[in-house]
Design a protein around this ligand. Structure first.
Ligand SMILES: [Zn+2]
Length: 611
């Protein structure tokens, strides 16, 4: 420290010169030293002030976005069908966790976590932004949640919190049509508003109405700021901004009808759709099903894979997504088109000998012996195929295409329902532009019995029958209750045609010899409809000669069973479609289910009207 504490030597000029030189060096040095300190202080206090303030606050406060409660879904009688239940969850800030392995080894000591689960979370955490909360897609029970809270000082970076999770009250019954919610993926996040980013435990609708109405159901996120201690534990809440809950949605479903229809489908693969005469959907059940709560409460990979690999496809909505040949259910439409185009009259007769030959190709009626000479009424009632080959031959595919499109076949029934398929109503132009081939007459004939290229969905067929039963008015089916829904647009030009065909359907179900006579409803309120048996596999000559029964084939080659109907017949109020995949004939599988569902509807109707 010689420079700073020099010991001056007395009594000589040279000494004094030496002293003043030393003093100069010393002063300069002091000045430089001071300037450095001042400039450093200036830098820290003025230039970097903001950074330091934030860092200091970060040690004391934590801000969280708050997940708004998702809108509740009601049925038409205000019964809750989708609610939000309180759940206990944890989140971690990955950056604040020194060793993820140590973290999990400690956590698995206090709560039960499987090795597979841990590995899954480790992968997920590694993909998460390390500064943003990672929420475990798992709901903890109260005991687990308490243990985590009790040990929070040994779990730095962990934040336990209480949230609300979407819960379906009739999970299997409504799974396909309500859909489910789950964690948004990157694409989903890109479509969301920026204030939804980094909302812990945010779930969005992935399929069904949950997806279709996601924006309405979602609500607005809130936020909360907490003061925390050195372990990151919340000490007190300092700011709280409430979010806005999502809107309550009142649907057109009748939970009793939906639940009954689903139970009635039992182990079958297929769907039941019921609409009123305005197109309000009372029931849209699909089987087999799955538990949508598992998507919110956590489903393991094995469970998901087994759903995906099931040949009966439980994740698919059979009413909207699966397309089927309409089979004989199309006959009422073929007849209407032929009547409107004046190709035939009500009295048109034709002879069925069980088969007909055209250009070396044989076309068969389901009744080997043939129906003999029959008219339009009997051809519908007994569902003669030969009669309708002939009507279709006279009508032509393009005129049939126009009528079918007018009734809503071959196009989506609902607005922007992403899983709904269009199906297909062919035409000569369609075949030329899509397949690059000319149309053949034989293709027109099989279109007359709803086979060949023609594909429809259960909801399309339900819309079709409703538009017959309501007297020929267009409906725009909906799952959401509309304030005004009146019938204004008539899509037929002669009421007599429709009345004639409804009468034939009445006979098909309520008079001996009709294809669904075995499924009639006795009593004051009756129902009526048309069966359909859709071929999945062409019957070979070998099989026909040996009279091989459909039930002898493997399940996936058996015919689909269809029924479309309406009731009560004296004053139509409801239309119904039942389709059973590989269920055999329409009269065997679909018609009895339609009858039972309609019976329940009638009973309910009687109670409501005190009849
Ligand atoms: Zn026939």
């Amino acid at each position: 420290m010689e420079y700073f504490t020099p010991s001056p030597k007395k009594g000589s000029e040279s000494k004094s010169k030496l002293i003043s030189r030393r003093a100069f060096v010393l002063t300069s040095f002091k000045f430089i030293f001071l300037a450095t300190i001042i400039s450093r202080l200036f830098y820290l206090q003025v230039i970097k002030k903001e950074d330091f303030t934030i860092k200091a606050d970060k040690n004391r406060f934590r801000s969280w976005k708050l997940n708004p409660s998702r809108g509740i879904i009601l049925d038409k009688y205000n019964h809750v069908i989708a609610d939000n239940f309180q759940v206990f969850k944890i989140a971690i800030i990955p950056k604040e966790i020194k060793s993820i392995n140590n973290f999990f080894s400690f956590l698995s000591k206090i709560i039960n976590l499987e090795e597979k689960e841990i590995n899954f979370y480790k992968r997920q955490i590694s993909k998460n932004n390390k500064y943003q909360p990672f929420v475990f897609n798992k709901n903890f029970n109260w005991k687990e949640f308490s243990k985590i809270n009790y040990n929070i000082q040994d779990l730095p970076g962990v934040q336990p919190f209480v949230s609300y999770e979407r819960t379906y009250l009739y999970p299997y019954q409504f799974s396909h049509i309500l859909g489910y919610v789950s964690i948004p993926n990157k694409d989903d996040l890109n479509k969301l508003r920026s204030d939804y980013i980094d909302v812990p435990n945010l779930k969005i609708g992935k399929i069904g109405l949950e997806k279709n109405l996601n924006e309405t159901l979602l609500g607005e996120p809130g936020s909360a700021t907490y003061e925390v201690n050195v372990f990151g534990k919340r000490v007190k809440q300092v700011v709280h901004k409430d979010g806005v809950g999502g809107n309550t949605i009142k649907t057109t479903f009748d939970k009793d009808i939906q639940n009954y229809a689903f139970d009635r489908l039992k182990n079958a693969t297929g769907s039941v759709v019921v609409m009123d005469m305005l197109g309000n959907v009372l029931c849209c059940a699909s089987s087999p099903s799955f538990d949508p709560n598992k998507f919110t409460y956590g489903m393991n990979e094995d469970e998901y894979k087994s759903l995906q690999n099931d040949e009966r496809k439980p994740l698919v909505n059979k009413a909207l997504t699966t397309v089927y040949p309409p089979a004989s259910t199309i006959k009422m439409l073929v007849a209407l088109s032929a009547l409107e185009n004046k190709v035939i009259t009500n009295n048109f007769r034709h002879t069925c000998k069980g088969k007909v030959e055209l250009y070396d190709q044989e076309y068969h009626c389901w009744k080997d012996k043939g129906h003999g000479r029959i008219d339009l009424n009997k051809a519908i009632k007994e569902s003669c195929d030969i009669y309708f080959y002939e009507v279709a031959r006279l009508l032509g595919i393009d005129r049939l295409n126009e009528t079918a499109k007018r009734f809503g076949l071959g196009k989506q029934v609902f607005e922007s329902f992403f899983e709904e398929k269009e199906g297909l109503i062919p035409s000569t132009l369609w075949k030329k532009t899509t397949l690059g081939k000319p149309w053949f007459l034989g293709e027109t004939m099989i279109a007359g019995i709803g086979q060949g290229y023609m594909k429809t969905t259960a909801v399309q067929l339900c819309k079709m029958i409703v538009q017959f039963a309501n007297g020929g008015y267009e409906v725009n089916p909906s799952f959401i209750e509309k304030k005004e829904n009146t019938l204004t647009n008539k899509i037929i030009d002669n009421d007599d045609h429709v009345q004639f065909l409804l009468n034939s359907l009445y006979q098909a179900t309520n008079e001996p010899g009709g294809t669904s006579y075995a499924s009639r409803i006795n009593g004051k309120m009756k129902f009526a409809g048309k069966t359909g048996t859709a071929q999945v596999k062409k019957i070979t000559k070998y099989e026909r000669d040996r009279d091989l029964k459909n039930k002898d084939l493997p399940w996936k080659f058996r015919d689909h069973s269809l029924f479309v109907g309406y009731g009560p017949t004296d004053k139509p109020q409801y239309g119904i479609t039942v389709i059973i995949d590989h269920g055999g004939s329409g009269s065997a599988a679909a018609a009895p289910i339609a009858r039972d569902v309609m019976k329940v509807i009638f009973e309910k109707e009687k109670k409501l009207n005190n009849v």
